[in-house]
Each structure stands twice: as C-alpha cells, then as structure tokens.
Design a binder for this molecule. Sequence first.
Ligand SMILES: NC(=O)c1ccc[n+]([C@@H]2O[C@H](COP(=O)([O-])OP(=O)(O)OC[C@H]3O[C@@H](n4cnc5c(N)ncnc54)[C@H](O)[C@@H]3O)[C@@H](O)[C@H]2O)c1
Ligand SMILES: [Zn+2]
Length: 320
Amino acid sequence: MFSNYVEGLSPYKNKGEVGMVENFDTPDELNEKISLLADWIKTSKHTVFHTGAGISTSAGIPDFRGPKGVWTLEKQGKKPEINLDFNDAMPTLTHMAIKSLIKKGYVKYVVSQNIDGLHLKSGLLREHISEVHGNMFTMKCNKCNRSFTSQTAVNTVGQQSLNIRCLRRTKKGNLCRGILHDTILDWKHKLPSNELQMAELHSINADLCVCLGTSLQIQPINLVPFKAKKNKGKVVICNLQRTMGDRKADLVIHTYVDDMMKSLMGILGVEIENYNEQLDPTKMANLTDWTIYKIDLLNMQDMKKYATKSKKRKFQDQIF
Ligand SMILES: NC(=O)c1ccc[n+]([C@@H]2O[C@H](COP(=O)([O-])OP(=O)(O)OC[C@H]3O[C@@H](n4cnc5c(N)ncnc54)[C@H](O)[C@@H]3O)[C@@H](O)[C@H]2O)c1
Ligand SMILES: [Zn+2]
C-alpha cells in the first residue's frame, strides 16, 4: 500500500518547498514547445528521460509536493484520500509512450526516482533503466548483490530482510546463502552505486535530457540531468509546478505529462503501445534477473574497448 511506503520511511526534515501553484501553458505555447522538443528528439543521438512521481499521479499514486501531494497535505494536517495498493497500479500513457520511444530508438535510457514499479510493468528492459531510489517490485541479495523482480510488491521499505533465500546458484550448483532484501531507499541510505553510475554515464553522454513530473528537489539525483550540459547537451523539463531546474533548462513545458507525451508521440508519428501482460515481469512465472552487472558499466564507460563478446563472458558473473 502507498501509505505503508510513506509511513515506513523515517521522518524527514528537508522537505523543501511544497504545494507551489501549478502553471499551464496556452495551447499555442504548447504547440510551439512540443514541436521544438520533437525536433530535438529527432536530431538527438542520445536522449535520456528522467522521471519522478508526477508521471504516476494519473495512475492514482500521489506525489509528495504537488497540491495533493503527501507532504503538501501533511502541512495542512491532512492525509491523501487515495491509498492505492502498488499491486493494482498500472502503467500510464506516459510510461507506455516512453517504452514505445525506447523501442523506436528515440530514447536510449530512463532514470527514474519512482519506486512504484510502473516502468518495470510497462515492459522496459533492465538495460534501459536505472531506478535510483529502489523499486517495490525488486529484491536484492545481501551476499551476492544480485537483484530479482518480484511478482508482488514487497512488504518492507528501507532495505530490510524479506526472509527469502536468494535464488542464485553458484557454479557448483549450490544455492547462494544470501537473503533477499527490499530495494527501497530510506533517507539515510546512499543511492545504489551501479544504478547511479549508469544514470550518470548515460546523462553525461546525452545530448538531450528530458525531465518529466519531478520537482527536482531531491539530491543528488536532481543534478544528474544537468550532466548533459558538460557536453553542450540540452535539458527539457515538463512539470506543472516550477522546479529547481527551470532556470538552467533550455525548455520548460507546463502541462500534464500525459497530454504532452500524447502530442509528442503524434508529432513523432510513434504509436503508443498498449500494456502487455506478457512483457510485465511481475506477471511472469519465473523471476527476472534485475542486476546491473559490472560488464554493463564497463560497456557504458568505454563501449568500443569493452563491448566484445569475450569480455562479456569474462565479466558476466561479476557484480557491483
Ligand atoms: N510514484 C512513486 O514512485 C513516488 C511517489 C511519491 C514519492 N516518491 C519518491 O519521493 C521522491 C519525490 O520527488 P519527486 O520530484 O519525484 O516528486 P515531487 O512530489 O517532489 O514532485 C512531483 C512533481 O510532479 C508534478 N506533477 C504531478 N503530477 C503531474 C502531472 N500529471 N503532469 C505534470 N506534472 C505533474 C508536480 O507539480 C510536482 O512538482 C522521489 O524521488 C521518489 O523516490 C515516489
Ligand atoms: Zn545471492
């Protein structure tokens, strides 16, 4: 349940600005801005999408700082009326549009702060996403560091034991002795280094980073899209409230992310795929390996040098 997630986290003081007014561009402004974004995407070699809680509000999952966000209501002495079970939440138009853009090669990578597992359910492959704050539908072994998808949302937060034995078999055929833990970060936790490194490598290499539905107030992930600026890459933000990144961005679009993505997909001529249960790891009989391997990072650090098959075989068992 969403409330278990929020209440399971330890108290947090640095909530920043909450409940800011929402801004809406006029239809003419939107046409102009979304056409420009479509042009940039068409000519970009490496586009990375950065997503936050705002892309899941239309799935019924509250954000933290929007007008009906958990922290905004908390300041008014209220609680969100909705308390969705993460198992019942479905990918939104935006999640499915991102999945479709990846398939067409327009988007190379997704960096998500979200823990709701909706990118996973949309059918994004592991090689296309970093989940820097964890995921309710993944579990990680405390011994071999391997990650696996889960068929149901985990019932703990803060990287606690799930009392489930790791599924990995060693080369000798023995089961790993580790225990699976949830992957949800509490405030005191460092970001998982493999997820963060991958997010940074893709963003440094990006000539376009597009931030959707995030107030860009949570550090250090709010700085990552702007790594693209080092190589003269552009940053675009689509969010209803103003964000911490607006002044540094090349383009800021104020509208609902689902509306923006629908228009964008129309201009790009890319059909939005429907949700497909067969591509959703949470519906699969066997758990999916959800590990980022050392070889994946090496390939990203120096594709030409390390992307050979022999290196791949050599490193495929090493994990960060
Ligand atoms: N769905 C989730 O997984 C979830 C939900 C709440 C919080 N969180 C966690 O808390 C942190 C909160 O930071 P954050 O920046 O993601 O959230 P945030 O609440 O700080 O900001 C969300 C932003 O999205 C905007 N927004 C909401 N709905 C929108 C829509 N339909 N279209 C356009 N904009 C919309 C709001 O104006 C708001 O500024 C995250 O890092 C995440 O780890 C996750
Ligand atoms: Zn293990």
